[in-house]
Design a protein around this ligand. Sequence first.
Ligand code: SAM
Length: 267
Amino acid sequence: MSAEVQGHWARKRFGQNFLRDPNIIRRIVAAIDPKPGEHLVEIGPGLGALTEPLIEAAGYLTAIELDRDLAARLRERFPHERLRLIEGDALRFDFATLPAPLRVVGNLPYNVSTPLLFHLAAYAERLTDMTFMLQKEVVDRMAAQPGSADYGRLSVMLQLRFAVRKCFDVPPGAFVPAPKVTSSIVRITPLPAGAHALADAELFTRLVTAAFNQRRKTLRNALKALLPEQNLFLQAEIDPNARAETLAVEDFVRLANALARPPTVGQ
Ligand code: SAM
């Protein structure tokens, strides 16, 4: 059943769960820590729970909202010198049309969170950071470190380009309507250009995918098809009897680069 919030019927298809807990809203804004003059972009402002305190702190905000009714309400509530409201789909938005550097924030609908992260990754050099509310389970996988059960393909692919830090959990009761699962706030900061240089990005993705597809197997076995040459492990200083979940991002980078640039005979 849908819920009515401040005269708006929450739309499930747009992933609408509105923040209502003032304490949590304060903590999220404190985690973002907006400063006057910074260029913040909020994805999915909804009924404005975060929009208002963000505008108060930064002075000006750009927001992207897909729901036409909510966009109209926000336009009425905030003057355009304070809020630039873009009505449309954040997944299709060209972030290069906004002046950099950008700080992107948002309480994201669960169904768009992963595609949006990949969409935004293409603009990494224009971003100062991103602070998002996502499903806790996804945040735990994004921020996981080697050796933990949550560490996997998502952790490695994201941490290749970003520093990922979980801030805190948010219980379902902080929203109306309440979602079924716990959420978490995560801070994602692009690493400096040139960190983790890859000889072949596509090969890196294939290697990481293959290693975690059979995460219980040793790397020697999990990567048999990709790395038949045992001395590439040696060259990358990786133990072939180790498992994927014990390798740090830089270990995967060394292994992928050794595979992309195998030594020529006689070297
Ligand atoms: N920020 C508000 C809050 O915290 O109360 C609303 C959060 S609600 C989880 C997600 C918001 O994103 C909704 O307002 C929804 O209409 C909007 N939305 C959903 N898909 C979107 C998309 N692809 N692009 C932009 N906004 C979207």
